[in-house]
Design a binder for this molecule. Structure first.
Ligand SMILES: Nc1nc2c(ncn2[C@@H]2O[C@H](COP(=O)(O)OP(=O)(O)O)[C@@H](O)[C@H]2O)c(=O)[nH]1
Ligand SMILES: [Mg+2]
Length: 233
């Protein structure tokens, strides 16, 4: 009985996720679901990524998912882009229903890319489709190279793994080859980039992947008008 209820919840979520995917596709908006444990560096990556995308003339929107506070959204205010903050209260992940409300409050015709920072958690966010084109997960070198084996779902569901805080590598026992091989064992199709959001090392390769996905969505048309707003839900 409990299993049936869970399946129904997931089916309902997936059908809303498809509706979101359709709406974003109609506007050629690339949607990225960014996931990691708390503190891996998602918001710092967003700061670096938004800056570079804006320099390329891309129109970026962000949905910030957190249990409480607008701290991350506040950090992104300086970019003058549309941001929607979702405070989940006690929920440890974003689901499609939350994202549908957030997407409906954005003007998708003014966006090229929507980046969704999920709630910091290495388990639950991977279970929920939210209408994204790609799940991107971040593992920082302070978390341990065995994490792909201990939390396989997130690594299996993701298109990209970002190994962050490479500047701290000399101070840890993190083995980068071990991390790559553990992750590839879980998901042989995973694209892996090692980077540091603090020093900027490796960010070009990440941006290269992101812009190639944008070009797939848009062809060569990337327009430049933006509508800055910040909303709290
Ligand atoms: N040394 C180092 N610190 C980083 C790096 N990226 C993020 N941080 C720091 O890690 C902490 C958590 O970063 P944040 O972006 O808030 O993580 P989030 O919880 O995943 O959004 C902050 O103190 C960041 O300055 C990095 O590449 N190297
Ligand atoms: Mg954050």
């Amino acid at each position: 009985m409990k299993i049936t209820v869970l399946e129904n919840i997931m089916e309902a979520n997936d059908s809303i996720a498809e509706e979101i995917r359709g709406k974003l596709a109609a506007h050629q908006v690339l949607a990225i679901n960014l996931m990691s444990a708390p503190g891996a560096g998602k918001t710092t990556l967003l700061e670096q990524t938004i800056q570079r995308l804006k320099e390329l003339g891309m129109r970026v929107g962000v949905i910030e998912g957190d249990i409480a506070t607008t701290r991350d959204a506040d950090r992104l205010q300086k970019f003058d882009i549309p941001i929607v903050q979702i405070n989940t209260g006690s929920a440890c992940h974003l689901d499609a229903n939350m994202i549908r409300n957030a997407v409906n409050s954005l003007d998708c015709s003014t966006l090229d890319i929507l980046i969704i920072e999920n709630v910091g958690n290495l388990v639950c966010p991977a279970e929920f489709k939210i209408g994204e084109d790609h799940k991107v997960m971040m593992l920082s070198v302070t978390e341990g190279d065995e994490k792909p084996l201990k939390y396989p779902l997130m690594f299996r569901e993701s298109s990209v793994m970002l190994i962050n805080k490479m500047d701290l590598l000399p101070y840890t026992n993190f083995n980068i080859d071990e991390a790559r091989s553990n992750a590839s064992r879980i998901n042989p199709h995973l694209t892996i980039f090692a980077l540091s959001c603090t020093t900027g090392e490796g960010l070009d390769a990440w941006l290269g992947w992101l812009t190639s996905q944008l070009m797939k969505k848009h062809g060569n048309e990337v327009t430049r008008s933006r509508t800055p707003t910040t909303k709290k839900m």
